[in-house]
Design a protein around this ligand. Structure first.
Ligand code: SF4
Length: 452
């Protein structure tokens, strides 16, 4: 884009997109360039989380139907499905003990004795392992590499050993829905419990590493110790939906005045169980959160869908963007997308992680460029010849990745080499160091200046 064109664009008020998002319309009526979600469109939790931070990233999320999968996403999906089965297994068993079997309807309410039994109940780790295997076998398309499968095994094991249920479980993988601003919004809770005294517990399992306790407190509570919306978008939305909406059976959840929202991290098992981060909100706060949600959905209806203007607003969240390369903002206007803020140790660490990941991605891409260039050269000899006679691929005005033949020597058996060196020094035998040396040849693909 030329500087003159860039100067004319109002970056804080971008024009409408040329490929509009038209939910609930027939694709033909919507026009050739429009894209229409496949089913009756309900803004999902993930869509709304993205939309809360950057309208354009939510648009890209829809355009690419959630974007490419990834190991982390698959890991989370497999873990949640496994724990769902574990919890249903546990509840069915308790239902059998109490009522002598029958179909589990998700509304098991144990008596005092059963409650004691339930409080002590856990899912045996071997049962968890079997479920995990079953879930992985049934979902072969959800690829996770070896180290993630290993992580899943130990997380399921931790979860089984470190999670007890002293409260009444009133829902597993329960979907709540509510109508806000003409949209039906839904969110799914991993576990819903009646904690007694008008308190409802909602838990979400996370397969990432937990934030440290202080960081979480800083994010989730203000200086006076009051919990705030910024704690976790997903949990707060769940609490709003659980309080004002209906559960999967079409009925309201119950008369709860407070909600204890928990993030459970099975990465770490402590003597007291898996690591948890907890925040508690009351119904008054939820009123305010519902108003926030209504404001957000009004923007979605009027500005985004109505005018097809999807503003791009950069920040640390850019790292989670579905299609960052389609962001209309040029990279120099979203410097934060390259990493975290650098004014705290957490920020520095996040940036360092981003650097490490970018480095790994760039190494992989470089290896692919090298391999593809060689294949291309096989079919078109001479195609890689650079202006100075070297072979390579230009990567700047006068700089290129150049193929450089290299040779290097390795010692095949270091211990034997050292023994031999000692023998030679002691005059026991003549030097025969060549026996331990191996000469290798290869081709490096390195950046060099190219004189035209
Ligand atoms: S890169 Fe950042 S600013 Fe651009 S669309 Fe994605 S999240 Fe929004």
């Amino acid at each position: 884009m030329s500087t003159t064109t860039e100067e004319r664009i109002d970056w804080r008020n971008l024009p409408p997109v040329t490929e509009p998002l038209r939910p609930d319309e027939d694709p033909e009526a919507a026009g050739a360039r429009a894209f229409v979600p496949r089913e009756d469109w309900v803004p999902s939790q993930t869509f709304l989380r993205q939309h809360d931070r950057c309208d354009r990233s939510a648009y890209l999320y829809m355009k690419y139907r959630g974007g490419a999968g990834g190991h982390e996403l698959n890991r989370g999906g497999l873990f949640h499905e496994t724990i769902d089965r574990c919890l249903r297994w546990l509840m069915e068993r308790q239902s059998e003990v109490t009522y002598g079997g029958g179909d589990f309807a998700g509304d098991f309410v144990p008596g005092i004795e059963e409650r004691d039994i339930q409080a002590m109940a856990t899912v045996p780790p071997e049962v968890g392992r079997e479920f995990l295997f079953e879930v992985m076998a049934e979902n072969a398309h959800m690829q996770v590499p070896q180290h993630e499968r290993d992580a899943l095994r130990y997380m399921v094991d931790h979860w089984c050993r470190g999670t007890v249920f002293p409260n009444t479980i009133i829902g597993v993988e329960t979907t709540f829905t509510v109508e806000v601003e003409g949209f039906r919004v839904l969110a799914r809770a991993d576990l819903v419990e009646d904690l007694g005294g008008g308190v409802c517990g909602i838990t979400d399992w996370k397969t990432a590493f937990p934030p440290d306790s202080e960081e979480f407190t800083r994010q989730a509570y203000d200086r006076e110790g009051r919990p705030r919306w910024a704690g976790n978008y997903q949990l707060n939305m769940l609490a709003v939906l659980a309080h004002f909406g209906v559960a999967s059976d079409g009925l309201p959840l119950g008369d709860f005045q407070r909600y204890r929202l928990t993030l459970g991290f099975p990465r770490e098992l402590k003597p007291e169980g898996i690591v948890r981060r907890i925040i508690e909100v009351d119904s008054l706060q939820l009123e305010a959160y519902r108003e926030d949600l209504a404001l957000q959905l009004r923007r979605l209806r009027e500005v985004n869908l109505g005018e097809q203007r999807w503003q791009a607003t950069p920040g640390n969240h850019c790292r989670e963007c579905t299609a960052e390369t389609e962001c209309p903002l040029p990279p120099h206007l979203r410097a934060e997308s390259e990493g975290a803020r650098l004014d705290s140790i957490e920020g520095l660490e996040k940036a360092a992680v981003a650097v490490e990941r970018m480095g790994a991605r760039s190494r992989t891409l470089k290896a692919r460029v090298k391999k593809s260039a060689l294949l291309m050269e096989e079919e078109n000899p001479g195609i890689l010849t650079l202006p100075n006679g070297d072979r390579g691929v230009m990567c700047g005005k006068d700089i290129a990745f150049v193929f450089i033949p290299t040779e290097w020597e390795t010692i095949t058996d270091k211990a034997a080499y050292e023994l031999h060196a000692q023998d030679v020094a002691a005059g026991v035998c003549p030097p025969e160091f060549e026996r331990f040396r191996k000469l290798s040849q290869g081709t490096e693909f390195d950046k060099r200046k190219v004189q035209r």
